[in-house]
Design a protein around this ligand. Structure first.
Ligand code: FAD
Length: 493
């Protein structure tokens, strides 16, 4: 069916009568924003490349309010853009710029509902900020291991809807692995209470997994029961120099057999990442006395003592130095030193943003093919676009590389941006050839919506469309994200 988007403000009296007033009656005055200036921060993305326009932002405070709001939208065929902390990187949380949708935010749904320490679970509203969950777990002697640069502002509903990965996915898996149950408001306004908190449940399809990573296209997550883990007693952080991605992978393989499960983080960075992080942030310093081409930020954690864990780590480093996989390194001797090492990694995206136009890719390939991917992508791009500066960093431990080449030094950013489709295709064709994915953790959103069809089979696209059509036949849930924007009119499903 063709696209049938409509400007909700074309008939203001009808908009007020059918949508705004009934919604206001449900959520109260505090639950709506109609002032364009006040809603502006929720219209733009963190990276500033998506900018939307809606006549209404709704902020329900409870699941029941959320269900009533969605039911009004279903009745009036009003498209909804669910929004959490608005830190997503693919335009999935931004409305389109044509007043055809409303934003429904979970920011007022921020209650910790329950902690069950015997079951090792915590049940929270969807709008609870990730860092609050981490801190609550820690205060109760537990670990909630999902960890990413935006953790001070992203919300668990957004984390689950993007199936966020982060810096500890190597050991603990992505957000998907940390969920025991969900509560969801379906596109027709029904509430599904799946907050079971069970470790084992084989009574049919695992429905919660359908909503995780769905980018708000199948329903609105209103609460989650999350798995908690034992809080490690000891941790150690090292910053290592390695000659190449190939030697980094080879050391990781060796380290996994000696350090086992204690490895929580292995982040790869090329020298240019350090250069831009240092250049644009006065608090970041090179921790090693000489320059090297590639670096690893490694963290280990377990239930032993700090001394025992550090001894283990040092012996894995020595083995790497002996084998030529590592050429230099330092182990943090205090929490402050560890934080300084982390600042290099965390300062990399911001340093890159300030450096000029870049091409962002969030790809994954089998860990064994990371080096081949970087080498082939650099080679192909340097041949086609002389001067383009390679820029690779990210979660080597799970094969997820942020491959973001920078424009040639001093080049015109807008000219370089015009090369984007060709750059994307070169990079993503290599990823596909190596059996990888064109988005490892950020999702499809609007950024990859056209491209994904090139890399998924017809069968896979057909199953995704059927799933969408089954849950949301009128396409009111985040239309134009993940799948193309075509909407069905009521009665045609
Ligand atoms: P939003 O940005 O508000 O929304 C994201 C998507 O989820 C949208 O499609 C939205 O419609 C949908 N959504 C939000 N809430 C709900 C809900 N309750 N129900 C249904 N749908 C909903 N991501 C990683 O995976 N790993 C990283 O290491 C990482 N690092 C980052 C570092 C920085 C500095 C920044 C800015 C971002 C980073 N991200 C990373 C991306 C981003 O933080 C994550 O995608 C995060 O999970 C999004 O959460 P949010 O609450 O901000 O969601």
């Amino acid at each position: 069916q063709g696209a049938t988007t409509r400007d909700l403000t074309a008939d203001p009296a009808r908009f007020a009568r059918e949508i705004l007033d009934p919604i206001r009656a449900v959520v109260g005055e505090r639950g709506v924003i109609t002032d364009r200036a006040a809603m502006q921060p929720m219209m733009v993305a963190w990276r500033d490349n998506w900018n939307g326009r809606v006549p209404l932002v709704v902020m329900p405070a409870t699941t029941e309010q959320m269900a009533a709001v969605v039911a009004i939208c279903a009745r009036t065929n009003t498209p909804i853009v669910p929004q959490g902390g608005n830190t997503g990187l693919t335009g999935a949380g931004q409305p389109h710029g044509d007043d055809s949708e409303i934003v429904v935010s979970t920011r007022r749904m921020n209650r910790i509902r329950e902690i069950d320490l015997a079951n090792d679970t915590i049940t929270v509203d969807a709008g609870v900020v990730l860092q609050v969950i981490q801190e609550t777990a820690r205060a109760n002697g537990r670990l909630f291991p999902l960890s990413l640069g935006a953790e001070g502002s992203c919300q668990i509903g957004g984390n689950l809807s993007t199936n966020a990965g982060g810096v500890q996915a190597l050991r603990y898996g992505t957000a998907r692995a940390l969920v025991a149950g969900l509560e969801v408001v379906l596109p027709d306004g029904q509430i599904w209470d799946g907050l079971r908190g069970l470790r084992k449940d084989n009574a049919g399809y695992d429905l919660k997994q359908i909503f995780i990573g769905a980018e708000g296209t199948l329903g609105i997550i209103t609460a989650a029961t999350l798995k908690l883990l034992p809080l490690p007693k000891a941790s150690a952080t090292a910053f290592l120099a390695t000659p190449s991605p190939a030697t980094a992978v080879s050391w990781l393989r060796r380290a996994k057999s000696s350090l086992g499960d204690s490895i929580t983080t292995v982040e790869l960075m090329e020298r240019r990442c350090l250069d831009v992080a240092i250049k644009h942030n006065a608090s970041i310093r090179d921790p090693l006395p000489t320059r090297h081409d590639w670096y690893l930020l490694v963290e280990v954690a377990d239930q032993s003592t700090h001394d025992a864990l550090e001894a283990h780590l040092l012996s894995a480093l020595e083995a790497g130095l002996d084998g030529g996989e590592l050429v230099d390194g330092t182990v943090a001797s205090s929490a402050e030193q560890a934080a300084a090492l982390w600042r290099i990694r965390e300062g990399t995206p911001e340093g890159q943003r300030l450096e000029g136009a870049s091409y962002k890719h969030d790809v994954s390939v089998p860990i064994s093919k990371v080096a081949q991917f970087i080498e082939e992508a650099n080679g192909a791009l340097e041949t086609r676009f002389p001067g383009l500066r390679s820029f690779a960093f990210g979660h080597l431990g799970d094969g997820n590389i942020h491959y973001n080449p920078l424009q040639a030094e001093g080049g015109d950013g807008s000219v370089w941006q015009s090369y984007l489709p060709e750059v994307n295709q070169i990079v993503h064709d290599i990823v596909a050839k190596l059996g990888g994915s064109i988005t490892a953790e950020h999702g499809i959103g609007r950024l990859r919506i056209g491209e994904v069809e090139r890399y998924k089979s017809d069968v896979e696209m057909m199953m995704m469309r059927k799933l969408k059509n089954c849950f949301d036949p009128y396409n009111i849930m985040n239309p134009g994200k993940l799948l193309t924007r075509a909407r069905l009119s009521p009665g045609t499903a």
